[in-house]
Ligand binder design. Structure first.
Ligand code: ADP
Length: 310
């Protein structure tokens, strides 16, 4: 099965307010609460694709209990390191076609809690064939913490798909144990190599030829409505997708990770894996809820994705 790691999960609360009044009382009638954090979106989409998945990471407090209850209700297997500290709430206020977000940073962890999770992961790795790591690290853990997770996975011969950003991504991929796949978006790719990225094939080829990517088998740059550009071993691919009606693009990168993980787990070809990732990404943008897809639309959109070696 696929194991998804979420080190800083949240309860994502969305309030619809029209208008949103600053320095005044706002009464909310429409509230939605979901188990959030990028890795949980990945787990949900894998589960909606009817693939076996287990969610792990660290969570705690009453917010942690709520996340756990939500995953249970969604029939997603889970095995988290439970701590006393409270997991976080993340609030999105939807108002006049805008989205204002208030994001708690979550608990500050001790090194000992990080070590306990490594122990848990070591056991879990005996029963899984692929791992995804998504999102930021909680406060208190070193930016090198994901390196430790990937080294452990390497020891147990379990490949890792990594989706994080900023300093954590840079630190993690400069280690000698490499993830099998990373999925930066355009901005994250630019940040990694300190260059402005455009959608031109020459620019993307040059960017992905940077030595920082040398030993990473799959580098998939997701480009929103423009699909994606990928490097697989020494080859480059441009992936084009159809025009679709977007309801909510939040979480589409996570849904893409879910599709890529399924493709790799099922040992699909590079073309099929890329098409899978693009299709789950697109399906997520067509739903209101973050990290949700309607599998009934899968075949139709899968057939409209084109992969070309460039
Ligand atoms: P991230 O959420 O990590 O920034 P992207 O925005 O690049 O990732 O989205 C990931 C994938 O989701 C895209 O490669 C594409 O398949 C799909 N997607 C995202 N936004 C759109 C859009 N506006 N129209 C069609 N597909 C989209």
């Amino acid at each position: 099965m696929i194991l998804t790691i979420t080190m800083n999960p949240s309860v994502d609360i969305s309030y619809s307010l029209n208008p949103f009044k600053i320095d005044d009382v706002n009464r909310v009638e429409s509230v939605s609460k979901t188990a959030g954090g990028k890795g949980l979106n990945v787990a949900r989409v894998i589960s909606q694709m009817n693939e076996e998945v287990k969610a792990t990471g660290i969570m705690g407090g009453t917010v942690g209990s709520y996340i756990s209850k939500t995953l249970k209700a969604e029939n997603i297997k889970q095995d988290f390191l439970m701590i006393k500290k409270e997991s976080r709430n993340c609030i999105a206020i939807l108002h006049e076609e805008n989205q204002t977000e208030i994001l708690e940073s979550g608990p500050t962890l001790e090194k000992s809690e990080g070590d306990l999770f490594l122990k848990k992961l070591s056991d879990l790795l005996n029963h899984v064939s692929i791992v995804t790591i998504s999102g930021s690290l909680p406060k208190g853990l070193s930016p090198k913490y994901y390196q430790k997770l990937i080294s452990l996975c390497e020891k147990k011969k379990v490949p890792v798909l990594l989706d994080t950003s900023g300093r954590t991504l840079k630190e993690t991929i400069s280690n000698s144990s490499k993830p099998l796949l990373i999925k930066p978006n355009e901005t994250e790719l630019g940040d990694l190599i300190n260059k402005k990225i455009s959608n031109s094939t020459d620019v993307l080829k040059k960017a992905l030829s940077h030595e920082i990517f040398n030993e990473i088998e799959y580098v998939i740059v997701s480009l929103g409505a423009d699909g994606a550009f990928a490097k697989y071993k020494e080859s480059f691919y441009r992936i084009t997708i159809p025009k679709i009606k977007v309801m909510n693009p939040v979480g589409s990168g996570d849904a893409t990770m879910a599709g890529l993980a399924i493709g790799l787990k099922q040992k699909k070809s590079i073309e099929e894996t890329l098409k899978l990732g693009m299709t789950t990404g697109m399906l997520n943008t067509m739903e209101k809820k973050t990290g949700f897809i309607d599998k009934r639309n899968f075949d139709n959109y899968y057939s409209k994705v084109h992969v070309e070696k460039v």
